[in-house]
Design a protein around this ligand. Structure first.
Ligand code: SF4
Ligand code: SF4
Length: 87
């Protein structure tokens, strides 16, 4: 379930780690977000940003699809969706 992880959080910022994503990407439902920012804190790539109050977006250029944000979200606001990179 977990994708490749780096030893230091954010240490691969210079690389576009989004290409490491194998299966799925996070989809933020933007319905019941508490604004707790756990998804921001847990992301090893620091690629989740708050773009407005209680609105969070992911930069897919860096997201590795590890699913940690979806796992930690107390409101189940983030779902991991399959993506077909061959398209
Ligand atoms: S799946 Fe979530 S926690 Fe993992 S890299 Fe992508 S945005 Fe960050
Ligand atoms: S972890 Fe879930 S509830 Fe908390 S800020 Fe992120 S999306 Fe919102």
């Amino acid at each position: 379930m977990f994708g490749p992880l780096v030893s230091k959080p954010g240490s691969s910022r210079k690389n576009k780690t989004g290409s490491w994503r194998i299966e799925s990407k996070p989809n933020f439902l933007k319905k019941n977000c508490l604004g707790c920012k756990l998804c921001v804190l847990v992301c090893p790539e620091n690629c989740v940003k708050e773009t407005a109050k209680n609105v969070f977006e992911v930069d897919l250029s860096y997201c590795k699809g590890c699913g940690m944000c979806a796992m930690i979200c107390p409101k189940k606001e983030i779902e991991m969706v399959k993506e077909d990179k061959s398209k």
